[in-house]
Design a protein around this ligand. Structure first.
Ligand code: SF4
Ligand code: SF4
Length: 321
């Protein structure tokens, strides 16, 4: 998709109010901060803070998720509030022109760096190269002058699905639950992880807006995840928790009498999944995995997918047989 050619209205004050409301609601902030966020957006919009969006070993699902409709749309937010200088899927430029956009933005510094996809380290990074450079070198070079780094999705946060393959794929800071220190030489800056597979567009928009307003990362847990999104456990907030306590479990998806029962025997990893999918939901807040009858695979967790697979098998010992 060439974002620059899309016909779209420019963001106005009403749109900024909507983005501010979304951010306040998404992050559990006080409503009193609404005007401050609107003011910050009005101030930063003309300057358009630069953003570099890199993609390594991934499936582009996080890009797709981000571009899914929001009100105002992610496209408007991208083009009117920030300046997306480099994005392999969404930018109009290609070849040397694209490479130059990346180099020039890095040189100027002070940008938001978004990383999608895992970073393969095996064989000196040769499993993923772009324009003759390894992805690990591109990330290091881009991280040095970044003001803040936002890792979107499970892959760039912890390694995700690629971590279970042969490429020694890691997240920016973490290999699963362990810090790997590969990018310790790029200098201190906030690093925010927004896992799930893919990233949730509301969590990303709210995080960017929070950073643009307050100039810092939101409060985070030990895995660099904003507590506002990842501070509560799926299992403690699940609508099927009563079924779990009553030991009423789905054992046969084809049995209509079992609809709405707890999914733990079908592999639900809700007891280890810290997220707010049960409240935020997906697809314009229409539904989410468990509500649709699908076990949670804990894609918000550093253990996903290597330690949580097979996804739909009851391998974890939650004390339920
Ligand atoms: S195991 Fe899964 S379906 Fe069952 S109550 Fe916990 S989160 Fe909900
Ligand atoms: S409910 Fe579980 S599997 Fe579904 S998106 Fe959230 S963390 Fe991932």
């Amino acid at each position: 998709m060439d974002l620059a050619t899309l016909a779209r209205p420019q963001l106005n004050r009403r749109d900024f109010v909507k983005i501010a409301s979304l951010t306040v609601a998404a992050m559990g902030l006080s409503q009193a901060l609404n005007p401050r966020i609107v003011e910050a957006l009005e101030q930063v919009a003309p300057a358009k803070p630069p953003v570099i969006w890199l993609e390594g070993q991934g499936c582009t699902g996080c890009t797709e998720s981000f571009l899914n409709n929001l009100e105002p749309s992610a496209v408007s937010i991208l083009l009117d509030t920030i300046s997306l200088r480099y994005h392999e899927t969404a930018m109009a430029a290609s070849g040397h022109q694209a490479d130059k956009a990346l180099t020039d933005t890095i040189k100027a510094g002070g940008y938001v760096l978004v990383i999608e996809g895992a970073i393969p380290l095996a064989q000196n990074g040769k499993f993923c190269t772009i324009a003759g450079k390894t992805f690990v070198d591109i990330v290091r070079e881009s991280a040095k002058n970044a003001a803040v780094i936002i890792n979107v999705g499970a892959c760039s946060s912890f390694g995700g699905i690629p971590r279970s393959g042969p490429t020694d794929a890691v997240g920016y800071l973490f290999r699963g639950k362990e810090l790997h220190h590969v990018f310790d030489d790029v200098g201190n800056k906030p690093v925010i992880n927004l896992p799930t597979c893919p990233v949730h567009n509301e969590r990303l928009v709210a995080t960017i807006v929070y950073y643009l307003t307050f100039g810092k990362a939101p409060e985070m847990d030990n895995y660099h995840r904003p507590l506002a999104f990842y501070g509560k456990l799926q299992h403690d907030n699940c609508a099927r928790r009563g079924q779990f306590e009553a030991r009423r479990f789905v054992t046969d998806f084809k049995d209509p009498a079992q609809q709405g029962r707890c999914l733990i025997l079908k592999g639900c990893k809700g007891p280890i999944a810290f997220q707010d999918c049960w409240e935020r939901q997906w697809n314009q807040r229409s539904n989410y995995c468990i509500q649709a009858g699908v076990p949670c695979v804990a894609c918000s967790q550093p253990e996903f997918y290597q330690e949580t697979s097979p996804l739909y098998a009851h391998d974890y010992d939650f004390g339920v047989k």
